[in-house]
Design a protein around this ligand. Structure first.
Ligand code: SAH
Length: 550
């Protein structure tokens, strides 16, 4: 059936997309529908038809039994871009996430499900108020009488307009009190909020972190200026210091026109420069710039899983790549001979070293730098390698280096099943077989999922067998090509970013895909072509992976 814009059809929803949207199929053609759930049958209006998929809108729900739909707890659910699946029961959320991990590993990773041990997903006991970190944008809003007032909240999906909210249902309740104090201070002293359009106004973000086990809190005000007046600063501190648990108050200057939240200049105004938390019985110091998992109860389960998969006896040399403040490294060090950690953020490495001392752990060593640069330089043998990269997954050079170090086991901790599956496939081609998978839900009400995979080194005969299997599973070139428009649509749909054909061409070239000449060449010798920024490059690469072009 050929679908047309504005056409109305009856559609059965059979899957859930990455942003919580329902997916239905008409003769194999996928339609994405916001606020529709698998199991529901709807009357849908077609809004847009691309070559390989389109978008539709719910006009009427005809049948919804068994879809697991629940009333969202939060009044701004569906408007705020945060909790994309709050309208789905938590049990179904878990089933969906487990399926997503499995589907990616099969579809992108080329995994034979029978050859893998799938452990059940670890869900949360209480999927509310679990987050220990928030970065709230602050913007001026108009009230009913047209008066401007500062408001905090979250960005509406794929926009930079704010949905005001101070009592987010997945954040720790302490956040509301802190936000209220800062907003009143802004009102009382006529402190302006940042305006992106004019790049004026002062307060850009309020960044709060709370340590789960100690209750210590840090607050950081991100401002569009190098500083604030001593009197303003004093009143702010007076108001914040009294909040129970307050441990450190920071001012961060970010005067750039950028979506990046933190600027480079971080000043401690009051208290100490870190908060202390525990995972298991290990203590950690966390500075504002360092990565720290946002769901403390589940983090312990995640690390326990990684530790179990590492299968340590006490004799092993272990590498923990993308180690942050040494969280996993110190967990592993309890059962290893030696652990080496590698991390790119200097403040995090400083925390990691401090944390080793704090816990009296002396069989760890940390290196600062990009893993793909540091590890090839050091290239020491390893028994076990643990990786825990950001969403974009591991750099190809790093994967080659890791397999060259010939560890018996690789434990891959991932926050993105798509890039995980891509890397598992690459590692499969280099003699590492996926043995065991366990997903851990760290993000109740949202679509993200954390996964731990165990890969082990194959003997050479087995290695050849796997490579053959991979070849058979590969798609043909004809099936795997997507047009520029499809790549643009995919990127927009999944990341909200708009990318040009030029950028796509640049990334394709980097990935070794031969490109049409006119996209790549500058128009004249000395013309300056814009370069695809890293954020967009990652999004385009993801689309190329999705369409199996790389
Ligand atoms: N394992 C840690 C951190 C995981 S998050 C934990 O569980 O707490 C990923 C970490 O990788 C972040 O700390 C980030 O700063 C770091 N990182 C990002 N790119 C990197 C690179 N190219 N090389 C090394 N570390 C990197």
């Amino acid at each position: 059936m050929k679908l047309k814009k504005n056409q109305e059809i009856t559609l059965k929803i059979d899957d859930l997309g990455n942003n919580g949207e329902g997916i239905g199929h008409v003769d194999g053609y996928a339609l994405f529908v916001k606020n529709a759930l698998p199991g529901e049958t709807i009357r849908a209006r077609i809004m847009k038809c691309g070559k390989s998929y389109g978008y539709a809108r719910v006009m009427e729900v005809l049948e919804e039994s068994g879809s697991g739909r629940v009333d969202p707890r939060c009044p701004v659910a569906g408007r705020c871009g945060g909790c994309t699946i709050q309208h789905l029961s938590y049990e179904r959320q878990l089933a969906y996430k487990a399926k997503k991990v499995r589907d990616c590993l099969v579809r992108i990773g080329g995994i034979d499900t029978d050859q893998v041990e799938w452990l059940p997903i670890i869900g949360m006991e209480n999927p509310w108020q679990y987050r220990n970190k928030a970065q709230f944008p602050v913007r001026m809003q108009r009230d009913n009488e047209g008066r401007l007032y500062p408001a905090v909240g979250f960005y509406a999906e794929r926009t930079h307009s704010i949905v005001p909210v101070t009592d987010c249902a997945i954040q720790h309740p302490c956040m509301k009190g802190i936000l209220d104090v800062i907003l009143s201070w802004m009102q009382d002293w006529h402190v302006t909020a940042y305006d992106e359009g004019s790049h004026s106004g002062l307060v850009r973000h309020i960044y709060i972190r709370r340590a789960y086990h100690t209750g210590q809190i840090m607050v950081c005000l991100v401002i569009n200026s190098r500083g604030i007046s001593p009197s303003l600063q004093e009143t702010l501190l007076q108001n914040l210091k009294g909040i129970p648990g307050m441990t450190g108050i920071f001012l961060n200057s970010n005067t750039e026109r950028t979506n990046v939240i933190l600027g480079t200049e971080m000043k401690l105004l009051w208290g100490q420069g870190y908060i202390e938390d525990r995972i298991g019985h290990i203590r950690y110091h966390i500075s504002p710039q360092s990565f720290y998992q946002v769901n403390p109860e589940q983090t312990e389960k995640l690390y326990q899983t990684a530790l179990a998969f590492a299968g340590l006896s006490g004799e092993e040399t272990v590498w923990d790549l993308y180690c942050g403040i040494g969280t996993i490294s110190l967990f592993l060090a309890q059962r290893a001979k030696k652990v080496y950690g590698v991390e790119i953020v200097p403040e995090a490495v400083q925390n990691a070293r401090e944390n080793a001392r704090l816990n009296g752990i002396d069989n760890v060593e940390f290196f600062c730098g990009a893993a793909e640069e540091v590890v090839p330089r050091l290239a020491r043998p390893a028994d076990v390698v643990v990786v825990d990269p950001p969403r974009k997954g591991c750099d190809g050079v790093l994967l080659d280096t890791i397999t060259g170090m010939a560890p018996e086991r690789i434990v891959y901790v991932s926050c993105d099943p798509g890039t995980l599956a891509r890397d598992v496939k690459k590692l499969g081609g280099k003699g590492y077989k996926l043995e065991r998978v366990r997903a851990v839900d760290m993000f109740g009400q949202g679509g993200n999922i954390e996964t731990v995979c165990l890969l082990s080194k194959l003997h050479s005969e087995q290695h050849i067998e796997v490579e053959l299997q991979m070849d058979e599973l590969d798609l043909t070139a004809a099936e795997s090509k997507a047009t520029y428009e499809e790549i643009k649509d995919y990127v927009l749909e999944h990341t909200g970013l708009k990318v040009s054909s030029l950028y796509i061409a640049q990334v394709k070239e980097k990935c070794g895909i031969i490109e049409r000449v006119n996209y790549n060449l500058p128009k004249s010798e000395n013309s300056r072509q814009p370069k695809c920024p890293p954020e967009k490059e990652a999004a385009i690469r993801e689309a190329l992976e999705y369409f199996r072009m790389v």
